[in-house]
Write a protein that binds this ligand. Structure first.
Ligand code: GLP
Length: 244
């Protein structure tokens, strides 16, 4: 595992964006896995700068495909905090990705179990994910794979941990509006990506980062699957690295 510790939270975004830009420069139709949450926002902002028209050595995302990690179950179509809306707002629009090439699990499907299985197939049909960007929850979750998730799990419906619902309540008008269920890529699905890139900032993530990097491989800390991966990179600021 490659670990890069930066001086500031903004630098995490710059370093991660440069790694992603390198993937897209070497393959214009790269398939990227994208994460929601606040951790990758600085990365997306930097990628938007690198892809802006007129930029020297511009990165062109027009042929790139993206697959989101997860989605809430049961939010109405178009809900601004659905991950479909977040991916559109934070990634697809600013980077100039073709909306037809942006994929998010269908959390409003009549049969969410079938939608989850179809999502795994769609990733496979796209040729697999070249680079999967990840954030991490305070309890060590990646995607919405909460502690005790099977290390070989595939995309499926899961129940959110109370701590995750509390952490994500800030995006909703009231805590009871946070959905209880989600569809998430499984830990096995995530591990199939040819490259993993985890970003984290702030002291709130220090405990999870220490367990992911230095702790034993354990479903108690789902992010520890990075230890199994042949090409995993962690980019964190000094505060997130303070437990190492
Ligand atoms: C969310 C997402 C994860 C994300 C994590 C951390 O619930 N499902 O993909 O990595 O929690 O979020 P944040 O980056 O806002 O701390």
């Amino acid at each position: 595992m490659e670990i890069i510790i930066t001086n500031t939270p903004e630098e995490v975004g710059r370093v991660a964006a440069d790694l992603i830009a390198g993937v897209v420069r070497s393959r214009a139709d790269a398939v990227l896995g994208v994460a929601t949450g606040s951790s990758p926002l600085a990365t997306y902002r930097r990628l938007a700068e690198l892809s802006a028209p007129g930029t020297a050595d511009r990165v062109d995302f027009s042929a790139v495909s993206v697959f989101a990690l997860d989605e809430y179950v049961g939010l109405p179509d178009g809900h601004p905090e659905s991950y479909a809306a977040v991916v559109q707002r934070e990634i697809v629009n600013p980077l100039g990705i073709d909306p037809a090439n942006a994929h998010v699990p269908d959390g409003s499907a009549a049969d969410v179990d079938a939608a989850a299985a179809e999502y795994d197939l769609a990733i496979a049909h796209a040729g697999g994910i070249e680079l999967q960007l990840l954030g991490i929850g305070r309890n060590g979750h990646v995607g919405f794979n909460e502690p005790s998730s099977s290390l070989t799990s595939r995309t499926r419906v899961k129940t959110l941990a109370p701590q995750t619902r509390a952490d994500n309540a800030r995006f909703f008008d009231s805590p009871d509006q946070v959905p209880v269920h989600c569809i998430t890529q499984g830990l096995g699905t995530i591990g199939d990506a040819r490259r993993l890139l985890l970003v984290a900032q702030g002291v709130d993530k220090a405990d999870a980062i220490a367990h992911v990097i230095e702790g034993p491989l354990s479903s108690r800390w789902p992010g520890s699957i990075l230890q199994l991966h042949p090409h995993a990179t962690v980019v964190i600021d000094e505060a997130a690295a303070s437990g190492l």
